[in-house]
Design a protein around this ligand. Sequence first.
Ligand code: ADP
Ligand code: MG
Length: 287
Amino acid sequence: MRSIAWLSEKGGTAKTTSAINSAVGLAKLGHRVLLVDADPQANATMVLLEGRSAGAPTLAHVLIDRADAADAIRPTRTEGLDVLPSDTLLADANVALAPELGRERRLKRALEGLDAGYDFVVIDTSPQRTLINVNVLNYVGEVLCPVDPGIFSLSGLGTLREAVAEVARYLDNRALRLGGLVLTRTQRDNITRDVEARLRGTFGELVFRTTIPGTTKIGEAHARFLSVLDYAPRSSGAKAYKALVSEIIGHGQVIGIGGPPAGAAEADHGGDPGDAGRGARRRARAG
Ligand code: ADP
Ligand code: MG
């Protein structure tokens, strides 16, 4: 099982778009995927539940009231993809959890065991520094960061890197690593070219080869509560997200950037990055 959070300190960088399309893309390849919506804005929930908001229980009930995560998880129209939905109540979790013991580990405890039923857990997050995001960082094995050249800043990436390192150091997630940066909403212009050159110059292998072009199809897809993979499968946006999904699968297996120190938290994060691929192959044989 690989657990991946889409995270950035900025809003509007395509976290939600990337979470939806990577989760749908992985499921379409035969992987069992859980998308956890950890943003109170619940945009990913709206798309995956086809415009319906989720009734109780949601992630807020799981984190605050210790509702059983299994009861909150719903299937989606995409075979193999489930969602643990969010709603505005999640915004209260930061305050509600503040005085609680183990407040940084609620998500980890809630998903423990249950996540073994999935090949990938993909998490959408909000851009704020919140207790919810600390919970996310304490749970996942990898952070992926979308970078929009139009609202790019190297300092934001530095802060993200520090936050990841800090959580790995002070909390109980030594396996956490920054899995990669993805350029999104790229244009054929000098801003994109400059930012891409600086990013690849600074972060090298950490930057995914695939970039996601700016395309109106993405907004159109969201308005119809669809991933771009379903709405316009032959569009440049869909092709890019498909390529990104292949790279995400490959990144974990081949490159293993900044991978966990030997023996660290193998049980928590599946340690062996090859198990997701085997899961898919098992199902291919069974089906
Ligand atoms: P975040 O979750 O980081 O706030 P979103 O995924 O919600 O960002 O994207 C912000 C806005 O940008 C949305 O309106 C979305 O439809 C749009 N968007 C995201 N990716 C693209 C893209 N590749 N091309 C065009 N618009 C995009
Ligand atoms: Mg979002």
